[in-house]
Structure formats: structure tokens, C-alpha cells
Design a protein around this ligand. Structure first.
Ligand code: SRM
Ligand code: SF4
Length: 577
């Protein structure tokens, strides 16, 4: 196929008519490549916050202003400003870090982050509750171990994901290396980060400071991931741009390219919806970085810069059409994509427990409920992991399911790690029910400013109640994916879970059923804006039917579709019919 002539390369014309675009475009363009007034705002000791424009620019530096929502009303009553603090998200391609980096993160979490670390659904760490006056110290601490928070948020390419895949060591190393290179290539090049957070002098630059992003960066966030079948742990269909490794005779032949995935939707706004990425072709490993560049340029140039609610690549793909998008990508690449190759996914979860790699190293994947690394009564998880980091000679890998792999343990190293696991109770982490071990919740309250309902603090209890129903029905051993978010933005990718819950109001959720166990199918809304009793009643009905009528090996999500449980929406309407 020859590249389409429909290309209008707007890459040299980034000075678009800003007054006709959304206000954030002007903000970005006039920010002096993300410097704005951030440094000045940090000096203001009267308030724990920064001005609105700066909160937006700081996202590009991986930092979100938040306030403690548990204290909001009380502080308002006392006429105090909200309890402001900041969330800092580390950029960690593929979720891999060294023991030294873990120890530093642990130290920063204890010093500035409320004695906890949060592992995220995109394989990285978040520090919450960092006070404005501590931000520089926290970021400089990260710099000491070669980490930063660049572009972990904002209208740019976010943290690049990669399957953790401990068993296939050589393949993982190859794919992970590409993920890292893609991350390096797509990272903003502005010196703003060094100047603001490390207090370095501004250095002169030849040519444009941001050759890819120009002055207005991307229309919206852009997400890339690399997956190694049969695991779909990164949920490749939820990525703006996904690479699916194709292995032939044990050798990495290349990648199928998938475009246009995304989760977020807004209640009562049918023009917003989750979308699974479409596979459009195949590239060889040496074509991957050019493909990243071409796809990002297409979205940069054609993404909606007027309406941020429609600015994700998934909408550009639907508005322009998949054929048009593919032709545009090929025109920029200068070659046609080869035909996609067959592949198969078996699950989007993690393989918990011990695994041996082909290189003889051992790996242990631990379930970290909702990614929360903290010391709790009888569960000193944070202390235990710190002790392991002190003796561990391999790496840590954060999984896209918010779990943790103690990876690359050299031959003979396992007994010492196991002894520490026993001492700190980490050996108990993987003993939950299959439902719990396949559960995932976003942060939500009290830090997330967009949360409408609890998620991380509530899902563990709800899982316990669903487990009781499963036990009554003899389904306790059935792995079922369940994901909850505190709002419809979908940070825990709930729309591809077999059971999905998204917050609508305090104590109220939309319930979705029928997602694919391997993340290959969107679920559908079956209850809208309901409280726990209604959720449990409906789940009991469907699970009872499942216990009675399922076919051998049939997954709960598949059954819910086949048996017609998602055909009817009990209240409201299904958005993705
Ligand atoms: Fe997210 C916004 C947390 C993964 C879709 N997300 C937020 C913010 C920053 C809230 C805000 O804008 O003020 C949340 C911070 C809460 C807090 O207190 O920490 C937040 N998102 C998270 C994390 C920490 C959830 C978690 O529990 O792990 C994940 C961090 C990932 C990372 O390390 O980079 C996280 N967010 C996701 C994912 C999953 C993914 O990328 O695989 C999605 C769905 C995929 C997608 O992008 O479509 C996701 N987050 C959103 C959206 C909706 C975006 C959209 O275009 O529809 C928002 C809201 C927005 O951007 O306006 C959002
Ligand atoms: Fe916050 Fe909503 Fe994302 Fe949960 S899904 S972290 S509530 S934005």
C-alpha cells in the first residue's frame, strides 16, 4: 500500500490560531516552555497552594496540587484554606527500579509523603501529601537516584508501560529496552524542570527547545505501552498507542501496532466513551521509534485543541476514521505498515508468586492491595520491602495491576529474601481470594480532586462481601476481575473488567458487567447510580446463574454476555451499546 497523499503536515505550523482554541492552548504557548510562574509560586509562603495557571503547568512536571478532602468541610467551617499538598508521580518506564531507588523512594515517602508510597496502574510510584515547601527536596532526592517526575502528568507522552514478564528474561530485556527508548524520545526536552526543581541556570539552546512538542505540546495526555503476549498485563487496548510483541521461533520479530485506546468518559455526556485500541499493522523492532514519532505527530497535529473533553487520540481516530489515521501515519513514516500477525492473550492479570526466569534468576510477584505500600497493624509491608531492598541484588518491577515483582534474584539469593518475607508477613500478601487478587482500585478519596465516591478505601471491604457470596455458591476458587474507580475517568481501567464499578456520588456507583478476562472486551453498564445493597443483589443473581449454568472453563465476563445479563440496562442507559 502506498502512503496516502492526504497528509497536511502541520508540524511546522504549530503557531495555530490560539484565540480560536481552548484556553489551555494559550496557557501552554505563553508558558515559556512550561516555566510560567512556577518558581515564583514556590516562594510564596503565605499559602500552601499555587495559582491556577501554575497548577496546570506543574502537571507537565509530574506534580498535582491536591487538598485533603476529608478535612475540606471542617477547614471551610473554620475559615481556613484547604489542607493543600501535592502529589508527585515518578516517571518510571516499564516500572523497573533498582533497590537503591526503592530505598530512596521509601525514605522520601517517610519524610514527605505521609509514610506511604502508592504503586500506580501505569507501573510507577506516587508520593502524596508533599507540602509545597518540601517539593524541591523531594524532587532533588529523586535526582540523587537518577529518577524524576518529568511528564508523568500533563499534555505529553506519559509513562511508557511494558509487560513485566519475569519468566521470559531475554525477551523482556529487549522489549523493555525499546519501552525505555520510546520514553526517552517522547519526553519533553525543555530545561524548565532542571531550572525550577534543581535550581540550575538556564542554558542556551540551539533551535527549538521542543522539536516534537512545539509551544503547545499535545492536545491532551498520550499513553504508550508495550505488551508481551499471552499476558495482557498492561491492558494494551487501553493505550493511545500499543505495541504487541510478536515472537517467532523464540526471536522478537516485531510488534503489531494498536491505536486509539482510552478509558475515560463523563457521566451524561454520550460524546465521551471508553474505546479499545484497533490493531492497524505490524512493524519491525527497528521501526518502533519512528512509529512512536509518526503517531504522536498525527495526534499532535489533528487532536482536538478546542474541546479538551474530546482531545484524546481515541476521538481523533473516530472523527477522522481508522483508514485515514493509518494512511496519515504511513505517510509520515514513509512506508506502509505490514499486515498484523496473529497473537493471543490469556489474561490481563499478574502471575503471583515465584517464577524462574530462563536465565536462572528468580522472581516473586507480590499482591499489593490497590498499590498501597504502607505499614498496617500486623502487616508492616513498607518496612519489609525496605529490608528486602537493603539486601536485594536484582531489580523491582511494578506491575500494571499495582503489584510488585521482586525481580532478578540471583541464584542462591532466594532463601534470604524468603526469610525477610516471612519475618515481615509479606508471604501472606498473596493469600487473598482469587477475586481479591484480581481486584484493582484507583486512589480516589481523600486526595483525588475528581473523586465522587470512595475507591481504594472501600473496594477491599466490598470484595470481602462478594467473596462471601462466592463462597455460598461454591465459586471461591473462580478468578474474576473486579475494578473500581471513584469517578468515570477510569484510572483503574474499570471498563475492561469483568465487574466494573465507577463512582457517581458518595456511596453510589455505576455497575458494569461483561468485560473480557484478558482485557479484550469492554463491559456494559447494568446498574446506574446505585448503593451497595443493589450492587450485591444483582451480583448475587448473576453469580447464582453462573454457578448453575456456566460451561466448563467459561469466564464470568463471557457468561454474563452469553446469558443475557448485560442485554438490559436496569436504570439509565448503556453508553457502549
Ligand atoms: Fe488517572 C486524572 C490517578 C491511571 C484516566 N488520575 C487523574 C488524577 C491525576 C486526578 C486529577 O486530574 O486531578 C488522579 C490522581 C489521584 C491521586 O490522588 O493520586 C489520577 N490515574 C491515577 C492513578 C494513580 C490511579 C491508580 O490508582 O493507580 C494512575 C496513575 C498512572 C500513572 O502512573 O501514570 C492513573 N488514569 C489512569 C488510567 C489507566 C492507564 O493509563 O492505563 C486512565 C485510563 C486510561 C486513559 O487515559 O484513557 C486514567 N486519569 C484519567 C483521566 C481521564 C482521561 C481521559 O482522557 O478520559 C483523568 C482526568 C483527566 O485527565 O482530566 C485522570
Ligand atoms: Fe480520581 Fe477518578 Fe482517577 Fe479515581 S478514576 S483516581 S477518582 S480521577
Amino acid at each position: 500500500m502506498t502512503p496516502s497523499p492526504n497528509t497536511t503536515d502541520r508540524s511546522r505550523d504549530l503557531s495555530q490560531p490560539l484565540d480560536r482554541l481552548g484556553p489551555d492552548e494559550t496557557l501552554k504557548a505563553e508558558s515559556d516552555q512550561l516555566r510560567g510562574g512556577i518558581a515564583l509560586g514556590l516562594l510564596d509562603e503565605i499559602t500552601g497552594s499555587v495559582a491556577t495557571a501554575e497548577t496546570k503547568l506543574m502537571k507537565f512536571h509530574g506534580i498535582y496540587q491536591q487538598d485533603d478532602r476529608d478535612l475540606r468541610d471542617e477547614r471551610r467551617r473554620q475559615k481556613l484554606e484547604p489542607a493543600f499538598s501535592f502529589m508527585a508521580r515518578v516517571r518510571l518506564p516499564g516500572g523497573v527500579c533498582s533497590p537503591g531507588q526503592w530505598l530512596k523512594l521509601d525514605e522520601l515517602g517517610r519524610a514527605y509523603g505521609g509514610d506511604t508510597l502508592r504503586l500506580t496502574t501505569r507501573q510507577t510510584f506516587q508520593l502524596h501529601r508533599v507540602l509545597k515547601r518540601n517539593l524541591r527536596a523531594a524532587l532533588q532526592g529523586l535526582r540523587d537516584v537518577l529518577l524524576d517526575t518529568k511528564a508523568a502528568c500533563g499534555d505529553d507522552c506519559r509513562g511508557v508501560m511494558c509487560s513485566v514478564n519475569p519468566a521470559l528474561s531475554a525477551l523482556h530485556a529487549e522489549v523493555f529496552s525499546l519501552a525505555r527508548q520510546a520514553s526517552e524520545q517522547a519526553i519533553p526536552k525543555t530545561g524548565a524542570y532542571r531550572e525550577i526543581w534543581y535550581e540550575e541556570e538556564r542554558q542556551p539552546v540551539e533551535g527549538p527547545e521542543e522539536p516534537l512538542y512545539g509551544r503547545t505540546y499535545m492536545p491532551r495526555k498520550f499513553k504508550i505501552g508495550f505488551v508481551i503476549p499471552p499476558d495482557n498485563d498492561i491492558d494494551v487496548y487501553a493505550q493511545d498507542l500499543g505495541f504487541i510483541a510478536i515472537v517467532s521461533d523464540g526471536v522478537l520479530a516485531g510488534f503489531n501496532v494498536a491505536v486509539g485506546g482510552g478509558m475515560g468518559r463523563t457521566d451524561q455526556a454520550p460524546q465521551t466513551y471508553p474505546r479499545l485500541a484497533d490493531v492497524i499493522g505490524f512493524v519491525t523492532p527497528d521501526q518502533v521509534l519512528a512509529t512512536v514519532d509518526a503517531v504522536m505527530r498525527v495526534q499532535r497535529d489533528y487532536g482536538d485543541r478546542v474541546d479538551r473533553g474530546r482531545a484524546r487520540f481515541k476521538y481523533t481516530v473516530d472523527d477522522k476514521g481508522l483508514d485515514w489515521i493509518k494512511a496519515e501515519i504511513e505517510a509520515r513514516l514513509g512506508f506502509a505498515l505490514a499486515a498484523a500477525r496473529p497473537f493471543d492473550f490469556s489474561s490481563n492479570g499478574d502471575r503471583l508468586g515465584w517464577q524462574a526466569g530462563e536465565d536462572g534468576k528468580e522472581h516473586c510477584t507480590l499482591f499489593i492491595e490497590n498499590g498501597r505500600v504502607i505499614n498496617r497493624d500486623g502487616f508492616p509491608t513498607m518496612d519489609g520491602l525496605r529490608e528486602i531492598a537493603r539486601i536485594h541484588e536484582g531489580t523491582f518491577r511494578i506491575t500494571p495491576n499495582q503489584n510488585l515483582v521482586i525481580a532478578d534474584i540471583p541464584a542462591g539469593g532466594r532463601p534470604r529474601i524468603e526469610a525477610l518475607m516471612m519475618r515481615y508477613g509479606l508471604d501472606r500478601l498473596n493469600r487473598g481470594s482469587p477475586l481479591r487478587l484480581n481486584s484493582m482500585a484507583c486512589v480516589a478519596l481523600p486526595t483525588c480532586g475528581l473523586a465522587m465516591a470512595e475507591s481504594e478505601r472501600y473496594l477491599p471491604d466490598l470484595v470481602g462481601r462478594i467473596d462471601a457470596i462466592l463462597a455460598e455458591l461454591g465459586l471461591s476458587d473462580e478468578p474474576i476481575t473486579i475494578r473500581m474507580t471513584g469517578c468515570p475517568n477510569g484510572c483503574a481501567r474499570p471498563y475492561i473488567a469483568e465487574i466494573g464499578l465507577t463512582g457517581r456520588a458518595p456511596g453510589k456507583y455505576n455497575l458494569y458487567l461483561g468485560g473480557g478476562f484478558a482485557g479484550q472486551r469492554l463491559n456494559k453498564m447494568v446498574l446506574e447510580n446505585v448503593a451497595e445493597p443493589a450492587i450485591l443483589d444483582l451480583l448475587r443473581d448473576v453469580l447464582t446463574h453462573y454457578a448453575k449454568d456456566r460451561r466448563p472453563g467459561e469466564r464470568f465476563g463471557d457468561f454474563a454476555i452469553r446469558a443475557g445479563h448485560v442485554a438490559e440496562v436496569r436504570e439509565g442507559r448503556a453508553f457502549n451499546d
